[in-house]
Write a protein that binds this ligand. Structure first.
Ligand SMILES: [Zn+2]
Length: 221
């Protein structure tokens, strides 16, 4: 039943897109809208009142959320970020340990395929490493990890970190550790690379140390 008097906003759509809907918990389409409150008589707007804060409406559940809900990546986007993270960590650890050992190359390629790059073989992984070195000279020099690789790790991991639970971040670190351990004990450069991964993933330094020690006793599954 329509009430005699009421105040309800009237919305105008600014932009359409897809987002992770906090209401229905999945990737959905949204309308980003701004609006103005109207005094209504029998449902008909008669007098404009103030503007309302812009909001986002899910086209599936019609729930309305603050525009900050657009900051949460969609499942598709998150999956892509995670894939890129696994790939970059594999490259960083292979670069740190060197490509001379077959076991390390195999472990890095397995991690890359595991991430979802199923057609990516050893040739592609080595070509990607060569391309990274081409950007910033040697990947490792006397001073440790060189700029190009460190920048790449930051660029890929830092946007992902706030969206991953603790276990997810630790898992990424342990995947890196398994590549480092494939050809024997940690080399100083591998430890350094793993420490850099831990920092980008916002894991406490002591936790990184404990996880790396534990990884030497328990083979990565
Ligand atoms: Zn929804």
């Amino acid at each position: 039943m329509t009430r005699l008097w009421g105040v309800r906003p009237r919305w105008r759509t600014d932009v359409l897109g897809d987002f992770f809907c906090p209401g229905c918990g999945g990737d959905r389409n949204y309308r980003r809208q701004h609006g103005r409150r109207w005094l209504r008589l029998l449902g008909t707007p008669v007098l404009p009142l103030g503007p309302v804060i812009g909001s986002v409406q899910c086209t599936s559940c019609h729930g309305r959320y603050g525009v900050e809900s657009l900051e949460q990546p969609t499942c598709v986007r998150l999956g892509g970020m995670l894939r890129d993270a696994q790939y970059t960590i594999a490259l960083a650890l292979l670069a740190a340990g060197g490509t001379a050992h077959r076991a390390a190359r195999d472990a890095a390629c397995a991690a890359v395929r595991d991430a979802g790059f199923e057609d990516c073989g050893e040739a592609q992984v080595l070509a990607a490493l060569a391309a990274l070195s081409g950007l910033g000279g040697e990947l490792y020099d006397a001073h440790g990890m060189a700029g190009g690789l460190a920048v790449e790790l930051h660029a890929v991991l830092e946007p992902l970190t706030p969206h991953l639970a603790h276990q997810g971040r630790e898992r990424l670190l342990l995947q890196g550790a398994s590549i480092a351990l494939a050809d024997g004990r940690y080399l100083p450069q591998e430890r350094e690379a793993l420490a850099a991964v831990g920092r980008c993933l916002d894991l406490p330094q002591t936790r990184v140390g404990a996880l790396l020690e534990a990884a030497t006793r328990t083979p990565y599954q």
